[in-house]
Design a protein around this ligand. Structure first.
Ligand code: ZN
Length: 137
């Protein structure tokens, strides 16, 4: 599935899906400690580990606007967090969320955001677990 065929989620869509995934984990202790994606479970952004088998995740949606070729690089940190903070808001209208796709663990349905950071001399795949309580209203 390519990115163009993914449906675009709003902050509300993302929050609802994250809540649903969270409540299914609460009733399923096996999924709470998922062997498939535990390497990615981290509160802030991380580089995708090179050894991680990406087939464990499936794409479900995108946060990118189809009409915006140059989304803002401004970040949203009203409470003094920074880009790597564990409690930084997950704000789909702001960098880097505005260039993320939403992925789901095929085993436990946990949701992750992914985007590719293009530095001067490197390309870095970044991943962050979606936590519903960090998505601004
Ligand atoms: Zn999982």
């Amino acid at each position: 599935m390519d990115a163009a065929s993914l449906s675009r989620w709003t902050a509300a869509d993302l929050r609802q899906a994250a809540h649903a995934a969270q409540s299914s984990r609460n009733t399923n202790p096996v999924a709470a400690a998922c062997p498939a994606c535990h390497a990615l479970v981290c509160p802030g952004w991380e580089s995708l580990p090179v050894y991680f088998d990406q087939n464990r995740l499936e794409p479900v949606a995108t946060l990118r606007s189809p009409d915006d070729d140059t989304p803002t690089v401004e970040e949203h940190h009203p409470d003094g967090t920074h880009g790597w903070s564990a409690d930084a808001p997950i704000a789909p209208d702001w960098f880097p969320y505005n260039r993320c796709d939403v992925w789901r663990c095929r085993t436990c349905s946990r949701l992750f955001l992914r985007y590719t950071e293009y530095g001067g001399y490197y390309v870095d795949e970044r991943v962050r677990e979606v936590r519903a309580d960090l998505i601004p209203q």
